[in-house]
Write a protein that binds this ligand. Structure first.
Ligand code: GLN
Length: 304
């Protein structure tokens, strides 16, 4: 397994040149475009290779965690009433809803509007408690209590995130959320700025791959029903408006983020974390997708 992953990584390194590091959040521009790292957990060994020690911000990879906590705090009906489950087919930050009214059924938890809306369902008194509860869930599932928030990325996104600000105010204007918008954006921006390694997100994926259980101890960390819910959503729209193509080529439920991370859940088998910050036009890591495509073919990992 190690040799195979090593080979795939060296073959796919060249694809980092096909993309560009995200720059709409100024602090993300500092990433090194040629980085490529991976952690594969599950099966008989743990494989960590390439730039796997680099830390990167979760960005949209945190969206499945927001969804999970919203489900755990409120149950499925409330979550589904606020935020639908169908793929939008639109970019993650789309706010052109002029062709139809903005309603819960028209968004999903993996686009920004849905994730921001779901932040309002996280239990806790104010923004700080809500964020801390989300942060604890991320630390618990990644088995890493020393995870931190990248304050520079957080400030950078808070200062420049006017598209998300517009989306959030639109949610409020349409009566979908009723809260202090700036507070809710702070929870969302901070969540996106949680700084992780490939192993951290591979650990989270491994729990989802085992329907919410820690595969070593057997302990239930998340209710199985919600683990399945989140994994199904990843299969439908985890790779933004590139999810259909990704399903055909790779066939693994996964979530990408503009920080360059991809968290891939191979049901019953593996958790995979990849970091490579050069992104394609849809915001998915160019080399990361290629690595997953080759691993999926070589190890027969497609769920379809
Ligand atoms: N923080 C980013 C944003 O809201 C997350 C988007 C992403 O990773 N696609 O724009």
């Amino acid at each position: 397994m190690r040799e195979l992953i090593e080979k795939v990584l060296s073959e796919c390194k060249k694809y980092t040149a096909d993309g560009r590091v995200a720059d709409y959040i100024p602090e993300l521009k500092k990433a090194c475009p040629a980085d490529l790292g991976i952690c594969v957990l599950g099966g008989s060994e743990t494989v960590e290779l390439g730039d796997c020690d680099k830390r990167f911000t979760m960005q949209s990879v945190v969206k499945p965690m927001i969804l999970l906590l919203a489900l755990m705090d409120n149950g499925r009906e409330t979550v589904e009433r606020l935020c639908g489950v169908e793929a939008t087919g639109k970019p993650f930050d789309a706010f052109n809803y002029s062709d139809m009214a903005l309603r819960g059924e028209h968004i999903n938890p993996m686009v920004n509007a849905g994730a921001i809306a779901l932040c309002t369902l996280i239990g806790g008194e104010g923004k700080d408690e809500k964020f801390e509860r989300l942060f604890s869930l991320v630390k618990r599932l990644s088995k890493n209590q020393s995870i931190t928030v990248d304050e520079a990325v957080f400030r950078s996104e808070r200062e420049t995130g006017n598209k998300n600000r517009a989306l959030a105010y639109m949610l409020k204007a349409y009566g979908m959320i009723d809260c202090d918008v700036e507070d809710m954006l702070e929870v969302y921006f901070k969540a996106c700025s949680i700084s992780v390694s490939c192993k951290d997100i591979a650990n989270i994926a491994l729990v989802l791959a085992h329907r919410g259980r820690d595969p070593e101890s057997g302990e239930e960390l998340i209710p199985a029903e919600y683990s399945r819910y989140v994994t199904a959503i990843l299969a439908i729209c985890g790779m933004y408006d590139g999810s259909g193509e990704f399903a055909l080529r790779v066939g693994i439920p996964a979530k990408s983020g503009v920080g360059g991370g991809i968290m891939a859940v191979v049901p019953g088998k593996m958790g995979i974390g990849i970091y490579s910050p050069s992104l394609d036009k849809k915001g998915n890591s160019t080399a990361g997708v290629k690595v997953l495509e080759r691993l999926s073919a070589a190890l027969d990992l497609s769920i379809f």
